[in-house]
Write a protein of this length. Structure first.
Length: 385
């Protein structure tokens, strides 16, 4: 992930990691190997002096194939420097324009390969552009299946690690009956669970929690991603193409990306897009359910297929999820609802202020949160192999 913030200098970071490793080994009963892998990954991704140098000295440089195509999806493959079979994992990004080529992603994948994992990092269709559609999910499932089928994947199984939307895609893949028995664990940071509820938040600023509407401050990139995703799911038409082109011109920091829908009149768009335009233009939480119900049955079904909560009862694998107390996009209530609905899977939740959405940081002021994050990472790496 992104470079950890350094508070207190190199020695402080070093001591925090070592202290976190020692305490977590007791508190979380982690195995020595899983804790050692965790410290190595944190040191390399955070570029922590001494620890990163030591980890490089004790591990082989990974063999990297940047331009592979797996199940029709552009994918980077990171193999450990020695051996021919390893625990395999697929790392799934959140929405980032640089996709698998993002420096933070490359650093993390390389670190995971150094500590013994075969790592595949795909760019599923639409993800880099912020279009989360069934094509995105289908591409993800294809890569996961292909990763488990690889001759160099130990045991014919694969673990899934995801961040933000990538974590949600990992959960959706794990719910697929066709992948039953092929997935070892899903480890995610800050996923969404219920896409209609996230759309409610993106358009009205309120989220439904246990039947009650609650205000929640989410950054403006969330409405942009929701709009791009829902417009992409419309049937092909001139209006769909025009709206999507306008949305793709907006940048991540656009303060009010849904303003373009409020400027439109129903007569300005074809009937196939009219209900969605009204939904995305709406700011009133009391009107959301009625407007959402006017979407075509096909569009609503597609949105549900992209909602991990809808298929939570199909989860049969261990799930480790970490999130900040107040994530900038997805409320923790989303994850809690998923854990309650996944009655056939062990879902362990970790709340830690070490995270700022997907980005961890070290701080002297939250040692307990650091240890919680370390515990999540140790359990995840142990479950992955």
């Amino acid at each position: 992930m992104r470079r950890f913030h350094r508070l207190g200098g190199v020695r402080t970071v070093f001591l925090l990691l070592v202290l976190g490793a020692a305490i977590s080994a007791v508190v979380y009963r982690s195995t020595v190997s899983a804790q050692a892998r965790t410290v190595g990954v944190l040191a390399l991704t955070g570029r922590v002096p001494v620890l990163a140098w030591a980890t490089r000295g004790l591990t082989d440089a990974p063999r990297v194939q940047q331009d592979a195509v797996v199940a029709g999806v552009p994918t980077s493959i990171y193999r450990p420097g020695s051996g021919d079979r390893w625990p395999a994992l697929v790392f799934l990004n959140g929405v980032t324009a640089r996709g698998r080529r993002h420096p933070d992603v490359e650093r993390l994948a390389s670190a995971l390969a150094r500590v013994g994992f075969l790592v595949l990092v795909p760019d599923p269709p639409g993800l880099a552009e912020g279009e989360i559609t069934e094509r995105t999910l289908a591409g993800t499932i294809g890569v996961v299946r292909a990763a488990a089928d690889r001759s160099d994947a130990a045991g014919g199984r694969v673990g899934l690690v995801g961040v933000s939307v990538g974590a949600s895609l990992g959960l959706l893949a794990a719910e697929q009956p066709a992948l039953a028995g092929r997935i070892t664990l899903v480890a995610g940071i800050a996923p969404y669970a219920d896409l209609p509820n996230v759309a409610r938040l993106a358009t009205t600023g309120e989220i439904l929690e246990h039947g009650r509407l609650v205000p929640y401050a989410a950054e403006s990139f969330l409405p942009l991603v929701i709009a791009r995703s829902f417009v992409s799911a419309l049937p092909p038409s001139a209006d769909r193409s025009r709206l999507l082109a306008e949305l793709l011109e907006l940048h991540e920091g656009s303060p009010d990306p849904l303003a373009l829908f409020r400027r439109l009149k129903p007569a300005d768009v074809a009937p196939s897009a009219r209900a969605l335009v009204e939904l995305l233009a709406n700011r009133d939480p009391a009107r959301f359910d009625r407007l959402y119900g006017r979407l075509s049955p096909e569009l609503r079904a597609s949105i549900l297929r992209l909602s991990p909560l809808a298929g939570a009862e199909r989860l049969r694998v261990p799930v480790e999820i970490a999130s900040a107390p107040h994530d900038k996009y997805f409320p923790f209530s989303e994850t809690r609802a998923l854990a309650e609905a996944a009655t056939h899977a062990k879902v362990q939740l970790t709340v830690t202020s070490t995270l700022h959405h997907a980005i961890p940081s070290l701080s002297l002021s939250d040692l307990a949160d650091l240890f919680r994050f370390d515990g999540w990472a140790v359990r995840s790496l142990r479950g992955l192999g």
